[in-house]
Write a protein that binds this ligand. Structure first.
Ligand code: NOJ
Length: 549
């Protein structure tokens, strides 16, 4: 089936279901809550939803440890609620994509329980190795979350590989039976009407023969062997050929540590096996390696990443655009300023919404939710944050380590969505499963609905504008003043339409500088973050200018 590529005209909204909206009063976000909010999501201008996992799971990694791929967890409303959400979306002309997590399962999945007992055909569904005679682990790889990547299973009397938490054993994708299981899962949801998948750490699924030691990387040992492993493109091509090519659907691959050249091997529109890729490079403007070695935010680093992806994918592949998701702290706290939350939130929105690609918004981003800062490290829920607090940077004081969590933890973006100023921010009528950020009385949807200048209404305006301008979909991209650490300026151009996006990332006013060849007297100012536009840019002011022939 020819790919229709409808995703190129869309804007997606990511739902991390536990914290989105509780519809049945048990304190946990669910699909009944989502059903109540479909009109709200559509009102933003979003026409698709990506659900983080909603399958049955013991919750060791908040649902990314799946115990049954074929149904929806009862706490989220089960299949009944799911069907209503799916129908509700389709009736509105919206799409739904699911999270496909097949690098690993939960250790409570039936496959793992049978594999550890060597019950056929599951014996080789996972990556098992005997203990070595010298007592050492099968190799020196690190897990991404909890120490070493191997855990000894007393039942099978062997070690199993887990690149994430101990409760997330890696599947053995070299086993054709496992690949058939993946295809069964895909067909199951596609046949039900789901429109595509976001594929979790999909670049990790092919491990090299012999699982060699890693003597080069100082941290995340092993990643250079298993990320983009030897048979990755073969397996992805197989899923495409046997499943995706037979449906009108789209695929989005999550890929830690990927640069445009490598990405093109996956997402090239003629030769690739998937449609779009989530890259982490833009998320590394305040750290050296995703979020674990925090440094000062560098606008230059962020711009370099944005521009590289815009330039290098142009005409060959399609960008996925995002500034927030459930794996990173809140963007205003990170790359903007909590002293100028609305202004910097708007600037961040403008900085990415007018690039070429398909934008994604993460729940709460549209109202500028900020990082959560609990006093007690025990209040953190996330497996990775808990491990980091107890095992990383131990030379630092507990206070400093807690501050690091405030800045880096994924839980900062996982507090319940702040709907209004009533108890529990209107998230639930019960006891919330997680802590509500105490700032909910100031930052919430209801308050911003009433304010025409709110961040929420700005997102609506910017998305509507984006969708009305062909140049945003088709135009070429060019960056100006690339060496500036305070301003981000880029143009988009096509026959007959020219756009200039000007963003200040400074908390101080500065002079408006136009690149050569852009005559302001002939431009129309089509979007602005501040009420008046002079030749001075106020703190975190952004503007979008249009020239039309
Ligand atoms: C990436 C997901 O986005 C993250 O939340 C999860 O913890 C890991 N993959 C493991 O599945």
């Amino acid at each position: 089936m020819e790919r229709k590529r409808w995703y190129k005209d869309m804007v997606f909204y990511q739902i991390w279901p536990r914290s989105f909206k509780d519809g049945d009063g048990d304190g946990m976000g669910d699909l009944w809550g989502v059903l109540e909010k479909l009109d709200y999501i559509q009102s933003l201008g979003c026409d698709g939803i990506w659900f983080s996992p909603i399958y049955p799971s013991p919750g060791a990694d908040c649902g990314y440890d799946i115990a049954d791929y074929m149904t929806i967890a009862p706490e989220f409303g089960g299949m009944e609620a799911f069907r209503q959400v799916l129908d509700g979306l389709h009736q509105r002309g919206m799409k739904l994509i699911m999270d496909l997590v097949v690098n690993h399962t939960s250790d409570e999945h039936e496959w793992f329980q049978k594999s550890r007992q060597r019950i056929e055909p599951y014996t080789d569904y996972y990556i098992w190795r005997p203990a070595r005679p010298d007592g050492k682990l099968p190799n020196n790889w690190d897990s991404n979350f909890e120490g070493k990547a191997w855990t000894f299973d007393p039942v099978r009397q062997e070690y199993y590989l887990h690149l994430f938490a101990v409760k997330q054993p890696d599947l053995n994708m070299d086993n054709p039976l496992v690949r058939e299981e993946v295809k069964k899962i895909l067909r199951h949801w596609l046949d039900m009407g789901v429109d595509g998948f976001r594929e979790d750490v999909i670049t990790y699924i092919s491990k090299p023969d012999g699982l060699p030691n890693d003597h080069i990387f100082p941290i995340y040992k092993g990643m250079r062997h298993y990320n983009h492993g030897p048979r990755i493109h073969e397996y992805l091509a197989e899923f495409k050929r046997d499943v995706f090519d037979h449906y009108d659907c789209f695929t989005l691959a999550e890929a830690p540590l990927v640069w445009p050249k490598r990405a093109l091997k996956y997402i090239h529109e003629e030769r690739g096996q998937i449609d779009m890729m989530i890259q982490f490079q833009c998320q590394c403007a305040d750290c050296l390696f995703t979020d674990y070695l925090p440094t000062k935010f560098s606008l230059r680093r962020m711009k370099r990443a944005f521009s590289q992806w815009q330039r290098k994918l142009s005409g060959q592949a399609w960008n996925m655009l995002y500034i927030e998701n459930h794996d990173h702290p809140r963007i205003i706290s990170r790359y903007g300023s909590e002293d100028f939350p609305t202004e910097s939130g708007k600037t961040l929105a403008v900085s990415y919404l007018f690039q070429q690609g398909t934008p994604f918004l993460y729940q709460g981003q549209e109202i500028g939710m900020l990082n959560w800062r609990p006093e007690d490290p025990e209040m953190y829920e996330d497996v990775q944050s808990r491990y980091q607090y107890t095992h990383a940077a131990l030379n630092k004081s507990p206070k400093e380590r807690l501050e690091r969590l405030w800045r880096c933890s994924r839980d900062s973006a996982r507090t319940p969505v702040q709907w209004d100023s009533s108890e529990n921010a209107g998230f639930t009528t019960g006891k919330p499963w997680f802590y509500v950020n105490p700032n909910y009385k100031q930052i919430n949807v209801a308050a911003q609905e009433k304010d025409p200048d709110s961040l929420l209404n700005f997102y609506r305006k910017a998305i509507k504008l984006r969708k009305s301008l062909p140049v945003v979909r088709h135009g070429t991209y060019r960056e100006y003043f690339a060496r500036s650490g305070k301003r981000y300026v880029y143009s988009r151009e096509m026959e007959g339409q020219r756009l200039l996006v000007v963003c200040s990332f400074s908390d101080k006013p500065m002079k408006l500088k136009m690149p050569r060849g852009f005559d302001l007297s002939k431009a129309e100012l089509i979007l602005q973050t501040h009420p008046t536009a002079t030749d001075i840019l106020q703190s975190y002011e952004s503007r979008v200018y249009l020239w039309e022939k």
